[in-house]
Write a protein that binds this ligand. Structure first.
Ligand SMILES: Nc1ncnc2c1ncn2[C@@H]1O[C@H](COP(=O)(O)OP(=O)(O)OP(=O)(O)O)[C@@H](O)[C@H]1O
Length: 356
């Protein structure tokens, strides 16, 4: 079956000034492939700065990738004329963390909801007004509130309006970039439940960008884990949380305060991700990985299936110990050998960074 939206090998780099000499290329997104089916929710998770929002803006066609492809229902979204791009923008909507930052504070919510319908020529103004009232009810607000201005809403209500605005043009996909991160936990739950209800009622798909694993676990059908511009693991949600097959995912889960995953031993994150202006050889997580072997610093592990729907970019994905009984080392590896490999990896990556 053709996925609703499919991106392949997306690369996005920025030029960054180093203060002296030539500017460097900073690879925010480095060879990312991602796809979502109709009516499904794919979460994209990872530490701050790993490239999640940049992937979102590429998928929205707000920025052009350096290379790679994006297809909506099989149609090349990189080769659209202006009409095609307008259709694409109707079908793929967005909800940001603070959508009202881009709104005119003097504009009533009625206009916020009606304008996209008129812009995309979905209906005439009387019908758009009726639909705006229905949308307010659908997101748990009331038609009377259409007269209000943005500042007259609470954070949770604003997010409901933003969701109504996105839905107004009957999209196939909404990219939600940290849509509940700024809200209180109880309000977060209400908005997340609303998204689930709307998906059930309308069949809309979501790409849900978040660093909150507890929310993701509740909402997403599938999860893609990003690290330093790459996807390092992808799996159906339950499978990912129960049986993570990349050391970085394990560290991320262990560090999540509200995710109840029992662990005998935890992989703790120390150190920093590699400098993205240096495309080092090998696995980007090697210098922080408790399971690192020499091979990890020599070759980049590809993202390959561990089983049917579970992908991991770790050479040792299938031999990593079960999470519940996580020993300190890989089978057959002594603690001292592991520490030595770890030090070699760290030194080699430091050397590579200095050489570039
Ligand atoms: N226009 C730009 N110019 C230069 N660097 C950029 C630009 N946009 C993003 N970046 C850099 O790319 C990297 C990835 O940014 P991005 O916002 O995609 O990360 P993120 O995972 O969404 O982080 P967060 O969760 O903090 O929003 C960051 O280091 C960021 O500083």
């Amino acid at each position: 079956m053709t996925p609703l939206l499919a991106a392949e090998n997306l690369v996005k780099s920025f030029s960054v000034s180093t203060g002296w000499g030539k500017p460097k290329r900073f690879y925010a997104v480095d060879t990312v492939s991602i796809s979502v089916e109709r009516g499904r929710t794919l979460a994209v998770v990872g530490e701050s700065g790993c490239g999640k929002s940049t992937v979102g803006s590429l998928l929205l066609r707000l920025q052009d990738p350096d290379s790679g492809s994006i297809r909506l229902d099989g149609e090349d979204a990189m080769a659209l004329d202006s009409n095609g791009l307008r259709r694409f923008r109707r079908r793929v909507q967005v909800v940001f963390q603070d959508p009202f930052a881009s709104l005119d504070p003097r504009e009533r919510i009625r206009e916020v909801l009606v304008r996209p319908m008129l812009l995309h020529r979905l209906c005439d103004r009387p019908k758009a007004l009726k639909r705006a009232a229905a949308l307010m009810e659908a997101v748990g607000l009331s038609a009377e509130q259409l007269d209000r201005f943005p500042h007259q809403f609470s954070g949770g209500q604003r997010q409901r309006v933003a969701i109504a605005r996105a839905l107004s043009v009957q999209p196939d996909l909404i990219i939600c970039d940290e849509p509940v991160s700024a809200l209180d936990v109880s309000v977060q739950a209400q908005v997340v439940n609303l998204l689930q209800d709307l998906q059930r009622d309308t069949g809309v798909a979501f790409i849900f960008i978040s660093h909150d694993l507890a929310v993701v676990r509740h909402l997403a059908h599938d999860v893609a884990v990003m690290y330093s511009g790459r996807i390092v693991e992808q799996a159906p949600t339950r499978e990912l949380f129960d049986n993570p097959r990349h050391p970085y995912t394990r560290a991320l889960l262990a560090a999540a305060p509200r995710v109840e995953v029992q662990r005998k031993s935890q992989v703790l994150l120390t150190g920093e991700p590699p400098d993205p202006t240096n495309r080092i050889a090998g696995c980007r997580f090697a210098a922080r990985c408790p399971y690192v072997q020499d091979r990890c610093t020599q070759e980049e592990p590809p993202l390959v299936p561990v089983n049917a729907a579970h992908l991991s970019a770790c050479f040792f994905a299938t031999t990593l110990p079960q999470v519940e009984t996580l020993p300190d080392t890989l089978p057959g590896t002594s603690a001292s050998a592991r520490m030595a490999a770890y030090r070699r990896a760290r030194d080699r990556q430091t050397q590579q960074a200095e050489d570039i």
